[in-house]
Design a protein around this ligand. Structure first.
Ligand code: DPP
Ligand code: ZN
Length: 844
């Protein structure tokens, strides 16, 4: 396998003024004709004329009208070309109906669609398929289908053809084409400068009733980006298409976003509150890419975080603005710790800007996206809101139309603020989660906090240098009053102290408020102090954090010392739950506790080999104990968690339902599922129906409900994904593998569909104790299916290998069982480059 390095970047030898493509669509014999004007690039070193191309049948190639015979290899073609500008013409044949990798031009339920990021365009035609080659595309689509779409504005449409022109130069990864029998949910938007833009959501017939929410989210996103970032939309039309078979969530192709149908279709009957919120944020995310990604794109794929980190940051800001900011922040912190921290602390650790890869698809990771967003949040904290806004304006002014780098990005901040960001840049180049230990000193009214930072070695990076850590700190006095409001301490040294003078009493510190830096905090704080912060902290994130830390310690003691639940913690939590001034959504979050996966990590960090069965058992004991202890509180909380008004997926109602669902989880421990059964039967929306079903699955009283649910929803693919996933994800550990096995034999287990595959096998891998059962049956089942899927869809296969990334945490027997499976995968004949790279990295 070839490893590609950031340091080897060289510009392409030619510039492309315009690209003309004609598609003659046919399922197994689509012809793609391209005409491209190439002009030598004066800034590039001399090089062979090489165009990427994979799985193409070359029909004809010509230069300046004269046929040529290029040298064709597996990954592209080479050809002798004139010294000056020339016209390249080429015709290839491809078979979209046979394209199961869902990359390039493929078919999904009879419709043609594309996915070109990162390197899918080379499966459509011969082309310099790299993001720094930008060009104006004109596309003609010919096919016997009612709807024919591509990027940009519609130029012409007639019987069996359509022509599109995108005036904005773009790289090939933003190319898109859709053709099919689709119906439209239309609307329009008037931009800040009064231009009317047509908006469309295109779906398969039958799904038109599930578009309204997505459309509202799109209009909100467009307005928000104008108001907050001054960014206006720049084409006459914005199209969104829903596709059932899609490897990722969605794709920001210029003017023609393509979405996994699960990330755009929504209705109260079929979607949960969480689905609605996720859809809203993904629509925003893809729309925001129009500026951060499309108008300003990436020079090379190492710079992926330039567009993804920033766009995630922007979609997080958007959600905070239109929903509850603290709740959103806690959600994001939980997800960062649940997904990114394990990555950053295991064999797959890589910098936010990686320095090498074999297959770029393997780097669409939590680190690039979510840690990438955290890095931008830290930058904003360090320079302040005003400077951030100025820097962003400069970024858009200076780099519009560019394929830019992280250096360009940081330079606008340096030029705006005069700050030297050389040290800050380590956030982009050093992998691993920094650990910050805190010690404190109190004497004569002066309180001193001393921070020491270290980052453990990660693959390829044995030594780490200190990073810039913006540590937001507030101090409370023993009465619970805030004596020092939040202040951002800038840690730059390996060890650094900060003094707070003239305090009347020794304060209680609230450190890393708002999770101002994505670090692991090591601090020996007493449980009294945590309980104090749980009761008094003014920072919602740290209040939640205090409870989480108490929960960790409680479970740790239960697992390792057979201790009983920590009553002081639960009493403190109860006071929070009883506080009706607190947002129900926040209280629902406070009712959560460390996941089994997180507890496995905690045990491992503290030198105890995690036993998944013991973790599960402790969680069960704790849940039962909570239910009993709070028995008299639950009815009133349930009442607060009940919504009488007509269903709306807004923050207010969903917060209440989240509280209701957290309460139901406890009530079910007391009534054996009676309330859940009643809720299941009376539910008129998917949120209530699914949370009830989840509880019935948990207590094993799910046979009738699962059958009823299936009968009701068997025609709805997205709802059936929930049905498949929930019965594996929520069931008792012993049932997980048998159930997953049985479901893979279900007539509707369409394993070539990534959503369905993930629903079963992904849910199995996330059921901690079920997946990690002692006999290794979970590991074997997952591997068996990964081996099967790899021939068809390397991208989804490779991504799911990360289920094994934490394997070194576990005991020798489990490690041996996992190793056998990883080696089995590694030794599979014709293993894809994607999966091979992942397995090699995980094996280490
Ligand atoms: N660029 C897409 C996104 O993150 C992923 N293909 O929105
Ligand atoms: Zn993105």
């Amino acid at each position: 396998p070839v490893t590609i390095h950031l340091k080897d970047y060289t510009p392409f030898g030619w510039q492309l003024s315009d690209v003309h493509l004609t598609f003659h669509l046919a399922p197994r014999s689509t012809r793609v004709v391209s005409k491209i004007h190439f002009t030598p690039n004066p800034e590039a070193p001399a090089q062979d004329f090489f165009l990427h191309g994979e799985q193409l049948t070359l029909i004809r190639a010509a230069i300046d009208g004269v046929d040529v015979t290029p040298e064709v290899t597996e990954d592209g073609l080479r050809c002798a070309v004139p010294d000056g500008p020339f016209l390249w013409e080429c015709e290839v044949e491809i078979a979209p109906a046979d394209n199961t990798a869902l990359e390039g031009l493929y078919m999904s339920s009879g419709m043609y669609c594309t996915q070109c990021e990162a390197e899918g365009f080379r499966k459509i035609t011969y082309f310099p398929d790299r993001p720094d080659v930008m060009s104006v595309f004109t596309v003609r689509v010919e096919g016997d289908l009612p709807v024919l779409l591509s990027n940009g504005n519609s130029v012409q449409r007639g019987d069996g053809f359509a022509e599109w022109h995108d005036p904005w130069p773009k790289p090939a990864y933003l190319f898109a084409l859709v053709a099919g029998d689709l119906v439209n949910h239309p609307d329009s938007f008037t931009t800040m400068n009064g231009r009317k833009v047509k908006l469309n959501i295109w779906v398969r017939p039958g799904d038109e009733g599930k578009c309204a929410f997505g459309m509202e989210a799109l209009k909100k996103s467009m307005r928000w980006d104008e108001e907050v970032y001054g960014r206006e939309y720049d084409l006459e039309v914005f199209n969104i298409v829903a596709v059932d078979d899609f490897n990722m969530g969605a794709m920001e192709n210029k003017g023609l976003n393509i979405f996994n149908s699960s990330c755009v279709l929504a209705s109260p009957e079929t979607s949960t509150d969480d689905n609605f919120e996720r859809i809203e944020s993904i629509i925003a995310h893809e729309y925001f890419h129009n500026w951060t990604g499309n108008r300003i794109t990436c020079r090379d794929w190492f710079q992926l975080c330039l567009k993804e980190g920033l766009t995630v940051f922007r979609d997080q800001q958007f959600t905070k603005d239109i929903r509850s900011a603290p709740v959103k922040r806690i959600d994001d912190v939980a997800s960062l710790r649940g997904r990114q921290f394990p990555e950053d602390q295991g064999p797959l650790a890589h910098p936010v800007r990686p320095e090498s890869f074999q297959e770029i698809n393997n780097f669409y990771t939590a680190t690039v996206y979510d840690k990438g967003a955290e890095v931008i949040g830290m930058l904003k904290t360090l320079v302040g809101d005003e400077a951030y806004a100025k820097a962003l304006t400069l970024y858009f002014d200076r780099h519009d139309g560019d394929a830019a780098t992280i250096e360009d990005w940081l330079k606008v901040f340096e030029d705006t603020t005069g700050r030297d960001l050389a040290q800050f840049k380590r956030w982009y180049s050093q992998a691993g989660t920094p650990r910050v230990s805190v010690t404190e000193d109190w004497a004569d009214g002066t309180y001193t906090l001393t921070f020491a930072q270290t980052t453990r070695p990660t693959p390829g990076q044995p030594e780490k240098a200190p990073q810039v850590i913006p540590m937001a700190v507030g101090l409370l006095n023993p009465n619970g009053d805030e004596v020092v409001p939040t202040r951002v301490l800038e840690i730059t040294e390996e060890t650094q102290s900060f003094r707070f003078d003239e305090l009347a009493a020794r304060p209680i510190p609230s450190i890393n408020r708002g999770f101002s830096a994505p670090v692991v905090l090591d601090r020996d704080s007493s449980s009294e102090e945590r309980a104090f912060l749980l009761a008094h902290d003014t920072d919602p994130v740290n209040r939640w954090e205090a409870s989480l830390l108490l929960g960790r310690d409680c479970l740790f003691a239960m697992i390792t010392e057979n201790a009983g639940p920590d009553v002081a913690w639960l009493d403190g939590l109860e006071r929070v739950l009883r506080d009706r001034d607190l947002d129900p959504a926040f209280r629902a979050m406070m009712m959560g506790w460390p996941s089994q996966n997180e507890m496995a990590q905690v045990l491992f960090e503290r030198g105890v080999t995690p036993d998944p069965d013991a973790i599960f058992a402790a969680q069960e004991t704790l849940t039962q104990f909570k239910a009993e202890r709070w028995a008299d509180l639950l009815p009133s909380l349930a009442a607060e968690g009940t919504v009488d008004a007509a269903y709306r997926p807004d923050a207010d109602q969903s917060g209440k339902r989240a509280l209701g669902s957290a309460v139901l989880a406890l009530t079910t421990r007391l009534d054996g599922g009676k309330a859940a059964q009643a809720q299941f039967e009376s539910a008129d929306n998917m949120t209530l129906q699914l949370s009830a079903l989840g509880q019935l699955v948990r207590v094993g009283k799910d046979q009738d409900a699962l059958a009823a649910f299936e009968a009701q929803w068997c025609k709805d693919r997205l709802v059936m994904d929930k049905w498949f996933g929930l019965q594996v994800g929520a069931t008792a550990p012993d049932n997980v593998v048998p159930r997953a096995t049985a479901l893979t034999q279900h007539a509707d287990f369409d394993w070539k569909n990534p959503n369905r595959f993930r629903a079963v096998l992904g849910a199995m891998a996330m059921n901690h104790a079920g997946f990690h059962r002692k006999d290794g049956a979970g590991y074997a089942l997952l591997t068996e299916w990964l081996i099967k899927l790899d021939d068809l869809n390397p991208q989804t296969t490779a991504r799911m290998c990360s289920a094994f990334q934490t394997w070194k945490r576990y005991d020798a027997d489990r490690q041996a069982l996992i190793r056998v499976q990883l080696e089995r995968l590694r030794d599979k004949p014709k293993l894809s480059r994607d999966t091979a790279e992942m397995v090699a990295r995980i094996l280490g």
